[in-house]
Structure formats: C-alpha cells, structure tokens
Design a protein around this ligand. Structure first.
Ligand SMILES: [Zn+2]
Ligand SMILES: [Zn+2]
Length: 200
C-alpha cells in the first residue's frame, strides 16, 4: 500500500515524502520487516525485505511484555514507517482533537479505536483501515504496529485469523497510550475547548 496524504496537484511537489508500509532507507538503518513471499519460502521471514539484515529479536518482541516495552519500541523504530510516525509532527487537527478530549478521554478513545479497527478477524480493508493524519491515535497505531492485522501479526506475533483477546487489546493499548503520552506530554487531563480550525 502506498498513500500520499497530500496527493493533489501542486501540493504534491511540496510534500516529497511519500509514506508507505514497505518504504526503506537501509543505508540510514531504516528497514522494512514485512516479509516477502520469497523470504517466507526461504524461511527468512523477519529479515529486512530490501537489504536482508536480521536486526529484530522477534522471540523477545513477540512475548508482548509490558516490562519490555522500551526494547520493543527501539526495535519498532528500526522500521522506516514506525520511525517516521514516531518522529513526524502531529498535525494540527490531530492535536486539536486530542486537546478537546483531554488525556483521560483520549486514552479511552484509543482502546475503542483498537477494538473497532483491529479487534476482529477478517477485515476486508485490512491495511487500509488506519489513516495517516487527523487523529493522534492513528499516529500511535502506525508507530506501534497496531494499525492493521498484518502489522500486528509480524510485529506482535498474533495470528490474523481470530479476534484479539482482551489481554492482547490491553497490550496494544499500552503501547498506544505510551506513545501518546511521550509525544504529547503537555496534554491536559481534562477536555479543553478548542475553536474549529479556519480553512484557508
Ligand atoms: Zn534494510
Ligand atoms: Zn499496518
């Protein structure tokens, strides 16, 4: 999948950075671990699909231990798309959305979002259900590989062919909430009135 959030006319030239799930910049140590058929056939799933580097301790990441989240985050940031969302400025309407909710309600919304977007098996739109802008929870989902069942399977070791358990939702929610807290440390606990954005 390749999505350019600014894919319209002249704006495109001003936004040269196209994001896609399989983008890499291996020279800069930013890879993509989504296996190709060939890697899978060679039993090398988990290596970078471009340069072949084996950098992730998959057994350790797949343990889904809350005590080991820092390590998991370091490993996630070796992947181009995760690294991008970890560092990309959160867009204005997403920040406004977060401030209107406040931290407490945003955390609750994150759980609801995980349930509705990836909670069930067999989403026909899998891989396309999580937009790239407009909501800080989307940034968190891409950064933590909880955006779709494909990413959840290879990053977190959860098979796609069944619904997520409560425990798995709890774990993914923990990753998302930690991302939100780290990226928006100033977010007030309580909801705030934020006037709607003026369209220029
Ligand atoms: Zn690579
Ligand atoms: Zn995904």
């Amino acid at each position: 999948m390749s999505v350019d959030p600014n894919a319209s006319g002249a704006e495109q030239e001003m936004a040269p950075l196209k994001i896609s799930c399989t983008k890499t910049d291996c020279d800069d140590n930013l890879h993509c671990f989504k296996a190709t058929k060939r890697l899978q056939e060679e039993n090398r799933g988990g290596a970078c699909r471009d340069c072949g580097a084996e950098l992730v301790d998959w057994d350790r990441v797949h343990e889904r231990s809350v005590e080991d989240v820092d390590h998991t985050f370091d490993q996630l940031r070796l992947e181009f798309i995760r690294h991008h969302f970890w560092h990309a400025p959160i867009d204005e309407s997403a920040v406004n959305h977060a401030r209107r909710k406040g931290r407490t309600l945003l955390h609750a919304a994150a759980r609801q979002r995980l349930l509705s977007s990836v909670g069930r098996a067999g989403n026909a739109f899998d891989g396309r259900q999580t937009p790239f802008t407009g909501n800080s929870i989307y940034y968190a989902q891409h950064a933590t590989a909880s955006c779709c069942r494909t990413c959840i399977e290879y990053w977190h070791g959860i098979p796609q062919d069944r619904d997520l358990t409560d425990q798995e939702i709890d774990y993914l929610c923990e990753l998302v909430v930690r991302f939100l807290d780290e990226r928006m440390p100033e977010l007030p606990e309580e909801p705030h009135k934020v006037p709607p954005r003026r369209h220029r």
